[in-house]
Design a protein around this ligand. Structure first.
Ligand code: IPE
Ligand code: IPE
Ligand code: MG
Length: 222
């Protein structure tokens, strides 16, 4: 059993199903999911978690209905706006995803600004690092890393590939959580989960709580 601080990653799935079960619109599920994330961040920051990385929005999710995408973008603004709370918990905000200046990037300016502001206003915090994957896809990340290695004429080694990821400082994931009964990876952190345990739960993300977090942490540690 190891006591080193952990890297926990979450594929936050099932917001839509959570809402449907209650006769609510999908957007209500996303709102509940953002609140659940705020609770999980607080809980994780008080545990043995050094890195919490969450899948907020994928490169594939842009094809969803426009109103739903707009709602999810607004929730990211809200999430990155929780600066007082994050500072209170000594959490440093980080982001991975398609760089805003790259062709194909669709992140609107107001979300870019919220991301930059959260990173800047939490940068001196020394506790848990919360990385939000927004407009993130692992194949895009790995292809970009490989292209950069070719362009720089450096040797293609695992260490050099790691150095060219969106965030080279993210350590390997110890446990990957996927909620809502799906047992898929959905193009999330394919490189970083090389040695990760995987914790699947039937609960949808809005119902994921600190009891489930403790179970995932326990799996990582045994
Ligand atoms: C996860 O919940 C949130 C995002 C992908 C943004 P879903 O919206 O995928 O919920 P389900 O899978 O339809 O229940
Ligand atoms: C994965 O969930 C992406 C996020 C949680 C942001 P999806 O619901 O988009 O994944 P698939 O479509 O079931 O693989
Ligand atoms: Mg889903």
């Amino acid at each position: 059993m190891s006591s080193k601080p952990l890297h926990v990653a979450c594929i936050m799935d099932g917001n839509g199903r959570w809402a449907r079960k209650r006769g609510l619109p999908r957007t209500a599920g996303h709102t509940a999911g953002e609140e659940s994330l705020a609770d999980v961040v607080r809980a994780a920051s008080k545990r043995d978690v050094a890195y919490l990385t969450v899948f907020g929005f994928s490169t594939e999710n842009w094809v969803r209905p426009r109103a739903e995408v707009r709602h999810i973008l607004g929730l990211h603004k809200k999430l990155f706006g929780r600066i007082a709370e994050l500072n209170e918990n000594n959490v440093r905000v980080n982001w991975i995803g398609r760089p805003f200046d790259e062709p194909g990037s669709r992140t609107p300016l107001y979300v870019q600004r919220a991301i930059r502001k959260a990173i800047d206003e939490t940068k001196t915090n020394t506790g848990m690092v919360l990385t939000v994957a927004f407009d993130y896809g692992s194949r895009s990340e790995l292809t970009r890393a490989a292209k950069r290695i070719v362009a720089n004429q450096t040797e293609l080694t695992p260490a050099n590939l790691q150095l060219n990821l969106y965030d080279a400082s993210l350590p390997p994931v110890d446990v990957l959580v996927r909620t809502s009964g799906e047992s898929r990876i959905s193009n999330f952190l394919l490189w970083q989960i090389n040695v990760a345990k995987i914790y699947f739960t039937d609960r949808p993300w809005p119902d994921f709580d600190s009891v489930e977090l403790d179970a995932a942490i326990a799996l990582a540690k045994n």
